[in-house]
Design a protein around this ligand. Structure first.
Ligand SMILES: [Zn+2]
Ligand SMILES: [Zn+2]
Length: 191
């Protein structure tokens, strides 16, 4: 047996989902580089989608079928709520992409993003592409508050309209019943 054999411990790469003994050089493997590039493209797309909501918040009903959706943050290696529950005096609703926007404002997300880029031998300055600053997020929260108020105002207007529609329908029904009763009485009197 050769005494030259150097023992390189196996490491698990969560991105490639495999054990390797290449040490830090693993990040230069073709497959790993492809996966990292793909992750960055996918996350950039999500950021673009989310930024549209940053300018124009979207409020959904609490019963919205996508309310509980999650997303996987590759930088933090965790499942995060995509949308955010909003509880206020008029009621509960869901802020579309609210969870995602909150997550990418967090300092630990920024730290993990920088770490991810460093580990993959990429420019750490790119961290800025995958985060938003607190000032932008606070402005978003203000806009959300106004959007939530509008959402419940519109909802109560719609409910008022429905209620008045139901009332007018029941008046029509009452009139119809009354006139058919009159007809029946008339027929009885005639016969
Ligand atoms: Zn890998
Ligand atoms: Zn994250």
């Amino acid at each position: 047996m050769s005494s030259q054999t150097v023992f390189v411990p196996f490491r698990y790469c969560p991105l490639c989902r495999l054990n390797h003994n290449k040490g830090k050089k693993h990040v230069y493997s073709k497959k790993h580089k492809e996966i990292v590039a793909n992750i960055l493209v996918k996350f950039s797309k999500k950021i673009t989608e989310a930024k549209a909501f940053l300018k124009k918040p979207s409020i959904k009903e609490i019963t919205w079928d996508q309310a509980g959706n999650k997303f996987w943050c590759y930088f933090c290696q965790g499942d995060i709520d995509k949308h955010k529950l909003n509880v206020s005096t008029p009621g509960q609703c869901v802020v579309e992409y609210g969870g995602f926007l909150e997550h990418i404002t967090r300092s630990d997300h920024a730290e993990n993003t920088a770490k991810f880029l460093k580990e993959n031998m990429l420019d750490m300055k790119r961290t800025l592409e995958f985060v938003i600053n607190e000032k932008m997020y606070l402005k978003f929260l203000e806009d959300v508050e106004a959007a939530v108020t509008r959402f419940f105002m519109l909802k109560s207007q719609v409910l008022t309209q429905i209620a008045s529609h139901i009332r007018s329908q029941s008046v029509i029904r009452r009139d119809v019943v009354a006139s058919s009763l009159r007809e029946q009485v008339c027929r009885m009197v005639i016969s």
